[in-house]
Design a protein around this ligand. Structure first.
Ligand code: F6P
Length: 542
């Protein structure tokens, strides 16, 4: 049993240290130490991390790294990579890192050569993706596929749609890609509105193949195809499945010959580099998809081998713990200054919050410290003209990750320098602010001075990369995956289960028939739920 977090030596040293330094201002820290801006940085696999604008000193960082060490991050990391069952509440290995191992690697887990399994599926995916892209794979009426729709939700949607948007520059423009996730019929209806069924392929992506939303959308998709093409036989030409559950796939009516499998050791939110990424492979082509996998693997290797003090996921992870537990920050903003990364914050929300939104330790004890923060964000510079006001001058402290790129994929006049100048300007403004004296020196009217003061001391990480490529995207995602792991290990929670999503699902199942029934709603509901059900029925005229 690990030492409880609050009793760890490094934790206690951090508590003392926090009391000493929490009042320091980044203005003073920078003024006293001209080398700080370069020293408090780390770089690996194409990502430069400047963490100097955090409310830390060298001593803070040393203590945080000690905390990671004392919390067993290296040992648990190695156990994860070896395939030990570190997902204790589900008794499973956590092996998304095996999805990106090169074919020449070997990893036997629970008696099974997982690298061989992974590459067998990748080979089938490549063959299928090539056939769709070349037009060799035909719809029921003999036409090539012009539209691919991924139906899935959560980890079976957010990764593929994020990566599709992020890597659009590299994707074929010959095929239209859409992603349907919500059980709200609008999602499906709008996605297919302008498409020809004869030219449309559905990828039904669901680890369990039991998710209500996905099955409802898949059923509507099947009806749409069968009614348009006039035969149930059309399903074979217009549907493939990605799942771990062959029995349910075939019960749904998809031949398992048209199924791409993965394994229970791939968590839903860690699955975009499994067959769940099939739509991405079709969009990108197999070679660029391989690059994406190589990027993930680059970061895995860095995480596995770099010393903790220079290890990007460790640094991001311990800083997240520092703000969450010592400064009490409830949220973290992630702002990509790259329009293609517009869905990255949404992707990170599932990754971080489904992983670390836990309140008991691995052994089931209630934690007596805070765990996962709320992650949110928008691409820059849009956010600057809406919510950044609160980050600059509000009363809550929001640590922010700013993600910038030296080059754009769409050069246009001086747009890119205008964009990038904002990355650096925001980090500086948040850190250093503007003092009363500076505001007065500008000749500001006295009554307005307090309004124009920026306290500063708002922490940021700046992640600076060259240009967005599939490989870089893979590394960036793996960086956050492993940062989540570092946080979860320090907090001693199970970052790989998600029991918290179950209760609502069960209640919804109970309520579904009540929405169409004329009988009184269930006596087991509370009075509010019953009143809402009655009101809903009367509004819709049931
Ligand atoms: O409800 C949450 C969840 O279980 C996620 O963890 C998962 O990514 C998503 O639902 C979809 O699950 P599936 O891929 O099994 O349809």
């Amino acid at each position: 049993m690990p030492t409880p977090l609050r009793e760890r030596k490094a934790w206690q040293a951090l508590e003392r240290h926090y009391a000493e330094i929490s009042g320091s201002h980044l203005r003073e820290l920078f003024a006293a130490d001209p080398g700080r801006g370069e020293r408090l940085s780390a770089e690996a696999v194409g990502i430069y991390l400047d963490y100097s604008k955090n409310r830390v000193t060298d001593e803070t960082m040393a203590l945080l790294v000690e905390l990671a060490e004392e919390s067993g991050v290296p040992a648990r990391r190695d156990a994860m990579f070896r395939g030990e069952h570190i997902n204790v509440s589900e008794d499973r290995a956590v092996l998304h890192t095996a999805l990106r191992l090169p074919e020449t690697a070997s990893l036997v887990v629970d008696g099974q050569d997982v690298v061989a399994d992974v590459h067998a599926v990748l080979h089938r995916m490549r063959d299928f993706a090539n056939r769709v892209r070349s037009g060799e794979f035909k719809g029921f009426t003999g036409k090539p596929i012009k539209n691919v729709i991924n139906i899935g939700i959560g980890g079976s949607d957010l990764g593929p749609v994020m990566a599709y948007e992020a890597l659009r520059h590299y994707c074929t423009r010959e095929i239209t890609f859409r992603f349907v996730s919500n059980v709200d019929s609008t999602d499906f209806v709008e996605a297919v509105r302008d498409l020809s069924p004869e030219e449309t392929l559905f990828i039904i992506s669901s680890k369990t193949f039991g998710t209500l939303e996905t099955l409802a959308n898949a059923t509507s998709a099947r009806d749409w195809i069968v009614s348009a093409l006039g035969s149930a036989d059309a399903v074979a030409n217009h549907f493939v499945a990605v799942s771990t559950n062959a029995a349910r796939v075939s019960a749904f009516g998809i031949d398992t010959a048209n199924m791409f499998g993965f394994w229970d050791w791939v968590g839903g939110r860690y699955s975009m580099d499994s067959a769940i990424g099939l739509s991405n492979m079709i969009a990108l082509g197999p070679d660029q998809f391989d690059e994406l996998l190589a990027g993930f693997h680059d970061m895995d290797e860095h995480f596995r081998t770099a010393p903790l003090a220079a290890n990007l996921p460790v640094l991001l992870g311990v800083l997240a713990v520092w703000y969450r537990d010592f400064f009490g920050c409830q949220t973290v903003g992630v702002m990509p200054y790259e329009q293609y990364l517009k869905r990255f914050p949404a992707y990170l929300q599932q990754l971080t919050m489904e992983s670390n939104g836990k309140h008991v330790t691995l052994s089931g004890q209630q934690v007596d410290y805070d765990t996962g923060a709320v992650y949110w964000g928008e691409p820059g510079t849009n956010g600057q003209h809406s919510f950044y006001q609160l980050i600059h001058q509000g009363t809550v402290l929001v640590p922010v990750d700013l993600i910038g790129f030296a080059r754009t994929l769409n050069p246009l006049g001086d747009h890119h320098d205008l964009l990038s100048s904002n990355v650096f300007a925001q980090a500086a403004a948040l850190a250093f602010g503007k003092t009363e004296a500076e505001v007065r020196a500008e000749g500001t009217a006295e009554a307005v001075v307090p309004h124009r003061v920026f306290e500063g001391n708002r922490p940021t990480n700046t992640l600076l990369c060259d240009v967005l490529t599939p490989r870089l995207l893979g590394s960036l995602i793996a960086l956050y995956e492993h940062s989540v792991f570092v946080q979860g290990t320090i907090w001693e929670i199970d970052s790989f289960d998600q029991w918290g999503v179950e209760l609502g699902k069960v209640l919804a199942q109970q309520i579904i028939p009540e929405l169409t029934s004329a009988a009184e709603p269930s006596l087991t509901h509370d009075s509010s739920t019953n009143a809402l059900i009655r009101r809903y029925r009367s509004l819709k005229g049931a």
